[in-house]
Design a protein around this ligand. Structure first.
Ligand code: ATP
Ligand code: MG
Length: 440
């Protein structure tokens, strides 16, 4: 992508409305724009990051055996009347009428709809387990939308829904998502700690929130320090192994970890003081097992091996991609801007032409740009005629992990500089070596 032809509306000034660093940096880097309260456009740079976050989420959901589909944002009120939640949900639900005066709503979540899809076609235990997910916009009319896309009214959610014949089987499905979440957040460069959570209106007694520690987090959390160093399940985790996944779950729930709603002061104080961690956190995911709460009222049942009909045991599993983007920034930035983990960086590398219009600089940059693009890298080429200082500031602000800097003096020697955004380390090398560093 040539910067001169890209759309990346950088702000020079700090936006006054932004209270936390991630919101400030997302606005300054031209990633998002608020359209009305708590409702955002994702501008091209932001959209790239969001897509990469979703790609990681999708890969790990698929690895764990979940199957992607797409459900609509607009739902009929009838489904919600069946489960009893239409009246129970309250003001967070945006209720709409169509031209026939039929009550509709903008989905805040999809338990009812996915249960409807399930009951229409699954009739036998032989088709279980089943886990269906989608990545879709949701709307919740939050009282206090704030911090940009961290808490917005329209936001994106990956929501998965599992269906099983028995509680034991449903617990295995739960453990699959538990392990998938550990892997997902790790790949996004985050240390997320599963904490026992209140099931609230969803019901049931098995629920975990995945929390990342950050000073700007909205939740108060308490946990054992050792979580920070726990091993993440590897790429070759066998998601069909009931014992293997139970062992992961047991390990990751062996120590104290709770949000303030579930906090047990006495249990926390039993941990030696030096091993206690009390901090603020951001909820990036939330998983529930809720048994037959929706399958019973909505009549979602299958024939079991005993020939009888059984209401299916369900769970739901949410991750917020549009909250994850600012959460990643909260965890990874410095005074100059964002520092993206490679897995979600909008570009792999930015090529900075220090003297656009100079033949040697132009040729060198074009050569590198073409070679890296050909190698399948996402390359941003700063071919503008901005001042060097502006170019450096922009490259640092948008947080691309590596910068290749081509200035007239180095180029005359057949060299460029490669700068690591995170460490700031700069290395001069031949043009060929710079290319090979990315291509190899
Ligand atoms: P919170 O407690 O933060 O209001 P919640 O418990 O209502 O969230 P869930 O129903 O568990 O949220 O939704 C699953 C995930 O969706 C959350 O873990 C979060 O990552 C994301 N999410 C929920 N509400 C919002 C929101 N208003 N803005 C952005 N992301 C959200
Ligand atoms: Mg929650």
């Amino acid at each position: 992508m040539r910067l001169s032809r890209y759309f990346m509306p950088i702000l020079k000034e700090n936006p006054k409305e932004a209270e936390i660093v991630s919101h400030r940096l997302m606005l300054r880097a031209g990633m998002i724009r608020q359209q009305s309260q708590g409702i955002y456009s994702w501008l091209p740079l932001g959209k790239r990051v969001l897509d990469k976050v979703n790609a990681v989420i999708r890969e790990e959901q698929n690895r764990a055996g979940a199957i992607e589909l797409s459900m609509p944002t607009l739902q009929s009120a009838e489904l919600w009347q069946e489960s009893g939640r239409y009246d129970a949900y309250g003001k967070e639900m945006l209720r709409i009428k169509d031209r026939q005066e039929r009550p509709m709503l903008y989905g805040p979540t999809n338990e009812e709809m996915v249960t409807d899809i399930f009951r229409a076609s699954v009739k036998s235990y032989k088709d279980l387990p089943l886990n269906l997910y989608h990545i879709q916009l949701k709307f919740r009319d939050e009282i206090r939308p704030r911090f940009g896309t961290m808490r917005s009214r329209e936001f994106m959610m990956k929501d998965a829904y599992s269906f099983d014949l028995t509680r034991e089987a449903a617990e295995h499905s739960y453990n699959k998502m538990f392990a998938a979440y550990l892997r997902t957040f790790d790949r996004l460069g985050l240390r997320a700690i599963p904490m026992r959570a209140d099931t609230g209106p969803i019901g049931g007694n098995l629920s975990h929130e995945f929390i990342i520690l950050a000073d700007t987090g909205e939740s108060e959390v308490f946990c054992h320090k050792d979580f920070v160093g726990f091993d993440i399940p590897g790429e070759r985790t066998d998601f069909d192994s009931v014992e293997g996944l139970q062992a992961i779950f047991d390990k990751w729930t062996s120590l104290y970890a709770a949000t303030s709603e579930m906090h047990d002061e006495a249990a926390f104080n039993a941990i030696p003081e030096s091993e206690r961690l009390s901090a603020r956190g951001i909820e990036v995911g939330h998983i529930f097992y809720f048994g037959t709460k929706y399958s019973e009222p909505m009549g979602a049942k299958v024939q079991g091996p005993d020939g009888k009909e059984h209401f299916v045991h369900m769970g739901s599993y949410g991750i917020g991609p549009t909250r994850l983007v600012p959460a990643i920034i909260e965890a990874s930035h410095d005074d100059n801007g964002i520092i993206w983990p490679a897995s979600v960086a909008p570009f792999d590398v930015v090529v900075i032409n220090m003297k656009a219009g100079d033949e040697a600089c132009d040729d060198t940059c074009e050569l590198i740009y073409a070679a890296l693009t050909k190698a399948g890298k996402d390359v941003l080429y700063d071919d503008t005629d901005d001042r060097a200082g502006t170019k450096f500031a922009t490259a640092d602000l948008i947080g691309v992990p590596l910068q290749i800097i081509a200035g007239p003096r180095a180029v005359a020697n057949g060299e460029v500089e490669v700068k690591d955004r995170k460490t700031g380390a700069r290395e001069t090398m031949t043009i060929e070596a710079a290319i090979n560093r990315f291509v190899a």
